[in-house]
Design a protein around this ligand. Structure first.
Ligand code: SAH
Length: 388
């Protein structure tokens, strides 16, 4: 690797402060090489490390290794992957599906890998990582012994890197459906067609917690395949799994049957309408989960998103029976933790109820949020209890 990039002091400072990205505007001398790895130095000639180089992206350089002499060969990938997998060692005993690689959160920029039992689903989210596709897949198979690797590269982010959006099998075979076991609950994930890489793995521990707090009548809004509903149903008397997608609810119903849970009712509805209507009717629930999709897809839609979050939270708070528990979450990166907590406070003010903050929750260990890299964090939630 002879190609190098020279970056400004501002660019160099980003690495010094623990953030792996250097933007286009901070690259003083651009490498002429195609996407791959390059050595990086500052404009005083000091070598800073090896980075992934994406020529057409706004994020030009992503730090891979602070050793400028590091060789990014199959052994290097294996070692970095083993490190990431080591962090998840404890999860193996409680679940057969979890994230093995959380991109920048694991020092593997733009690379996502989720394990679904004996199969892996990857996302290669930069041109540079795409150029290492073969050694990465090889290393993943070696380290995990996986029987198949599927790329769910059908995400908009790839367009910004000049990459095609596609779902392709990269190794072996991957089934259409994989049964996930998660702390004693089982549900079917759909690697080829499901949302994200086939399921929402990031709420695993939060589901267990809400399952343990659930009582009486429970409502799981934005239920998707019923993952929260299944956990709630083990303890609550009855559970409503609500989603606007009929397809998602077909899966939720199948999942309830898979767990021999007869107390789950699936309702196809718009959560906004449903919550408003139930509030008007004076209905009460003992347990409520609000796990909506990202309302704020970008900074510009934040205001509208805030109104949406406020509305559903206000209604859910008003629907809580005295002593009832509400888990409310946001997976929108732009909805930062402080903004989220402020929204919860405003909704509580408007609800006329007295709400106790029981827990502040975030991402599990397989989705590591690095303190100096805000982009590695997106999920936040709180458990609230209605005092009366
Ligand atoms: N709680 C789920 C993940 C939820 S994903 C889990 O833990 O696996 C968000 C879900 O919200 C999707 O299934 C989507 O169909 C649904 N959805 C989006 N807008 C909605 C709306 N207005 N009303 C009800 N459901 C909605």
């Amino acid at each position: 690797m002879t190609e190098s990039a020279t970056v400004t002091q501002r660019g160099a400072q980003r690495w010094a402060r623990g953030h792996p990205w250097i933007f286009k505007s901070d690259v003083r001398k651009r490498p002429s090489a195609p996407a791959g790895t390059v050595r990086v130095r500052d404009d005083r000639g000091r070598w800073l490390g090896v980075a992934l180089w994406s020529p057409s992206s706004e994020i030009s350089l992503r730090l891979l290794d602070p050793d400028p002499d590091a060789t990014i060969d199959p052994r290097w990938w294996r070692q970095r992957l083993e490190q990431a997998i080591g962090l998840r060692r404890d999860l193996v005993t409680v679940a057969n599906a979890y994230r093995l690689v959380h991109a920048e959160g694991d020092g593997l920029p733009a690379l996502i890998c989720d394990r679904y039992d004996r199969w892996l689903v990857v996302q290669l989210l930069s041109a540079a990582v795409e150029s290492f596709r073969e050694p990465i897949v090889e290393a993943l198979v070696q380290v995990t012994g996986a029987e198949g690797v599927l790329a769910r590269n059908d995400v908009p982010l790839r367009t910004r890197e000049g990459l095609a959006r596609e779902t392709v099998l990269l190794y072996g075979d991957v089934p259409r459906e994989v049964i996930v076991t998660e702390h004693g609950v089982r549900y079917a994930a759909a690697p080829w067609t499901g949302q994200k890489t086939g399921a929402f793995l990031d709420q695993r521990e939060n589901r267990v917690l809400m399952g343990s707090l659930a009582t009486g009548k429970a409502l799981d809004c934005f239920s998707y395949h019923g993952s929260f509903a299944l956990h709630l149903a083990r303890q609550a008397q009855s559970v409503i799994a609500l989603d606007s997608s009929a397809d998602a609810l077909v899966r939720a119903r199948e999942n309830a049957t898979l767990n021999s849970l007869a107390n789950v009712e699936c309702i196809e509805a718009n959560a906004f309408d449903y919550l408003r209507e139930k509030d008007r009717e004076g209905e009460r629930f003992d347990t409520i989960v609000l796990d909506p999709p990202a309302f704020a897809k970008n900074r510009d839609s934040l205001d509208a998103a805030l109104r949406g979050y406020h509305e559903i939270n206000l209604r859910a708070m008003r629907l809580l029976a005295p002593g009832g528990m509400l888990y409310t979450a946001s997976c929108s990166f732009h909805m930062t933790r402080p903004l989220f907590l402020e929204m919860v406070e405003h909704a509580a003010q408007d609800s006329g109820r007295r709400l106790l903050l029981r827990q502040v929750l975030g991402q599990p260990i397989d989705h590591p949020e690095v303190v100096t890299i805000p982009e590695t964090g997106y999920l936040k939630g709180v458990v609230l209890q209605a005092a009366y």
